[in-house]
Design a protein around this ligand. Structure first.
Ligand SMILES: Cc1cc2nc3c(=O)[nH]c(=O)nc-3n(C[C@H](O)[C@H](O)[C@H](O)COP(=O)(O)OP(=O)(O)OC[C@H]3O[C@@H](n4cnc5c(N)ncnc54)[C@H](O)[C@@H]3O)c2cc1C
Length: 514
């Protein structure tokens, strides 16, 4: 119980495994010389899931802390910039019904809440355009920075779109060559348990027995360690989030110069939604739908209709998805990260950010001995439960706010029996006082801050009552922030390059290293 935690064994070599390995190894570089090891065991026979192309801005600092060059990342992962998501046809289903969930905070967010000003009609146009420049930047296909901006910095906040099939090998190379991670290609066949129920070691088919102090389960939907070995159950949440199947298609551009959207486009359908992600070399698209509400052939027909003639004969990959998460995430000396911990439909790209946050927490709180591991595990489980709960609420919010009446899927989503109690309370509260900076959303490392809730609520025509006296009290500060936002829209529109043009320059010349 007093032996130092020295040997970390990660099983699984997808996005989760390699991010966990990189984050842990980078944080503990200083201990490597005294025998701290990170080993990643990956099956040569079981492919990674290979989807998951939208990320959150946290990935910038994650890659930077791992010592990754942003230029190399763009060159090797077919990456592009993501500045938010555009939700089309979610509110009414009409042709021009659309709003943005951008990645920049509303102007002056920490000083003044612009939502009541906008709600009281002080400005015209959408909430997003009134408070933040990013919707206009996205509409105009502009990049969030220019070629002279140093790596990881931006004039506008950004995340990435990336080719998931290239990202894992890219991380693998970096982790093994720069961070000293040991890579073992072998299938885990059995797991040996210690008397206290911990995992003592894993038996592999071609690399023998591998012992460890802490095992990180990154085996994807299989959940080989946390589920099959440790017996931790799965908490299904398909009664809240109905989508259970994805049909994925990769679509070529019509020409090499076609613009690359700098946001994820999510277009609502009769029983789900279609994602559309622009990478430099191709578009990644797919239909996420509820098989309880439409058949696979109907879902495919909607997807092909969206893709148009270019997508008529393209092969479609079907991926069953099960919404939910483990009942607990860290048990004994085993902790689950990535799909092994759970999965929720990819509506707001919340999976990779959870991998980052979980791995960061493991790395930061690395229990020094087995004796303190249960205390750390308890904290980890509390934080992780909180995060999954908030993400479920946030995803459900998109469905609850929809006014679509055209199918049972949308009507069923508004059935109060399917809405988590906490979200129901919040929706009630927000009719009188909307979310803002100083409320409970701004916990440390909150996945979706209060600003995200504002963008979705007011993008989807939710009304919060406003008190004219409160609006008047903030008037001067608010007018200044609204003016500053208009000036930023003009300034950034003039100076930012087009998205494809910047990526071409990054690949050719590189960005300035930090
Ligand atoms: C349709 C869809 C769209 C998505 N879109 C997004 C998105 O836009 N943004 C986002 O953040 N996330 C998205 N995700 C989620 C994202 O793809 C995953 O969170 C991410 O890829 C991590 O996967 P993973 O590494 O946990 O699992 P996998 O990629 O499945 O990796 C599992 C690994 O375990 C190994 N393994 C399995 N069994 C054994 C064994 N016995 N021995 C040794 N090794 C073993 C395999 O070889 C593999 O290396 C999406 C998911 C789906 C299904």
């Amino acid at each position: 119980m007093t032996d130092k935690t020295k040997h970390i064994v990660i099983v699984g070599g997808g996005t989760a495994g390699w991010l966990a390995a990189g984050i842990i190894a980078a944080r503990h570089q200083g201990r490597m010389a005294s025998g701290f090891t990170v080993t990643l065991v990956e099956s040569p026979d079981t492919p990674i899931i290979g989807v998951g192309e939208g990320t959150w801005p946290t990935l910038r600092s994650t890659l930077q802390k791992m010592g990754v060059s942003e230029t190399d990342f763009f060159r090797e992962c077919d990456a592009s910039f993501k500045q938010g998501a555009k939700f089309a046809r979610w509110t009414t289903g009409a042709e021009h019904d659309a709003y943005y969930h951008p990645l920049m905070l509303p102007q002056g967010f920490e000083q003044v809440n612009l939502a009541p000003q906008w709600l009281s009609g002080k400005t015209n146009g959408s909430f997003c355009d009134a408070v933040c420049p990013q919707g206009v930047i996205c509409d105009n296909g502009l990049a969030p920075k220019s070629i002279t901006t140093p790596e990881y910095e931006g004039a506008a906040n950004y995340a990435y779109h990336l080719d998931a099939g290239k990202f894992a090998p890219f991380l693998q190379k970096h982790c093994c060559e720069k961070l000293g991670v040991r890579h073992v290609l072998a299938n885990v066949q059995t797991v040996n348990r210690a008397d206290n129920g911990d995992i003592a070691s894993i038996e592999t088919d071609r690399a023998g027995t591998i012992a460890g102090d802490l095992f990180v389960d990154c085996t994807g939907f299989r959940a080989l360690l946390i589920g099959q070995t440790m017996g931790v159950g799965f908490r299904d949440c398909s009664d809240v989030l109905f989508c259970d199947t994805a049909l994925a298609v990769q679509l070529p551009y019509e020409s090499e110069d076609a613009p690359i959207p700098t946001h994820t486009i999510s277009t609502a359908q009769s029983a789900g939604w279609i994602w559309d992600i622009g990478l430099p070399a191709r578009r990644g698209t797919g239909h996420v739908y509820s098989s309880r509400h439409i058949s696979e052939s109907e879902a495919e027909r909607e997807l092909r209709a969206y893709l148009g003639p270019a997508g008529r004969d393209l092969p479609i990959r079907k991926i069953p998805i099960r919404s939910g998460h483990r009942e607990t995430f860290w048990k004994g000396n085993c902790v689950a990260v990535g799909l092994a911990a759970g999965f929720l439909e990819p509506l707001e790209a919340s999976a990779i950010v959870l991998i980052e946050l979980s791995s960061k927490l493991i790395a930061e709180q690395m229990p020094m001995t087995r004796g303190v591991m249960d205390i750390v595990a308890k904290r980890f489980n509390e934080a992780t439960h909180y995060r999954w709960g908030r993400i479920i609420d946030f995803l459900k919010l998109h469905y609850v706010l929809s006014k679509r009446e055209d199918s049972a899927f949308w009507r069923d989503n508004r059935d109060p029996a399917t809405i988590p109690e906490r979200l129901q309370d919040l929706l009630h509260l927000w009719r009188y006082q909307g979310p803002w900076f100083h409320d409970e959303f701004d916990r440390l490392d909150e996945v979706f801050p209060a600003a995200s809730y504002q963008y979705v609520l007011y993008g989807m025509d939710f009304r919060t009552e406003v008190d004219p006296a409160m609006v008047a009290a903030d008037e001067r500060m608010a007018e200044r922030a609204l003016r500053e936002n208009r000036a930023r829209i003009d300034g950034l529109s003039l100076r930012l390059p087009r998205h494809r043009e910047l990526i071409r320059k990054i690949v050719e010349y590189g960005m300035q290293p930090v």
